[in-house]
Design a protein around this ligand. Sequence first.
Ligand SMILES: C[S@@+](CC[C@H](N)C(=O)[O-])C[C@H]1O[C@@H](n2cnc3c(N)ncnc32)[C@H](O)[C@@H]1O
Length: 218
Amino acid sequence: VTRPLLLDLFCGAGGAAMGYHRAGFDVVGVDINPQPQYPFRFLQRDALEVLAGKPAQYMKLVHASPPCQAYSNLNAYNHADYPDLIGTVRDLLRMQGFPYVIENVPQAPLIQPVVLCGKSFGLKLYRHRGFEVGGFRIEPAVEYPHRELCARNGYLPTPERPFMSIHGGKHSRAWLEAAKAVMDVPWMTTIREVCEAIPPAYTEYIGKQLLAALEATS
Ligand SMILES: C[S@@+](CC[C@H](N)C(=O)[O-])C[C@H]1O[C@@H](n2cnc3c(N)ncnc32)[C@H](O)[C@@H]1O
């Protein structure tokens, strides 16, 4: 049985990709930087060029995770000039006509995003990410109250603070291993890869809903 094909743009080390793979897709990743840990087929290319160049029409879904630095709160302090790619990516995706998912931090300019949190999937982290979906619908996940306290970024969880904060920094090896376990990304090897990733559970949840919708219409 062939699995439907998904194009994973701005793929990083493959957090999103792994979730779609678990849901039942074959995944091809595209990133402008080398991604030696990416666990599926990988093309080192500019994602915008790939999109503008008309990806194959048999693609069932295009996922895009443009860099979030332009929208993240830290940018207010950094004053760095990061590209704002979401609008361009959306325009190209709509022009091509693929069902699509654009993922980013909740404060990014996404249209009617479904926001997912680690706690909804039994993970010990509150990592909110917004998912704008085009061409199909997804149900919001059940949200649970944030009762547990979070360890500070760079610190290991404790019984008093059992949830992790996972953001960049010069963290210890032990912290990296704990973060990989909490995010469920055991194949990743660097702090950067883990901090840029989304937990595979989020895209597994989305991917299964899209597959069900595709099966219902086929
Ligand atoms: C937030 S990370 C993606 C994380 C990934 N979704 C995951 O779950 O592991 C964004 C990625 O976009 C890549 N990137 C930035 N500009 C790009 C471009 N123009 N084309 C392709 N990739 C790009 C970066 O190298 C980085 O790996």
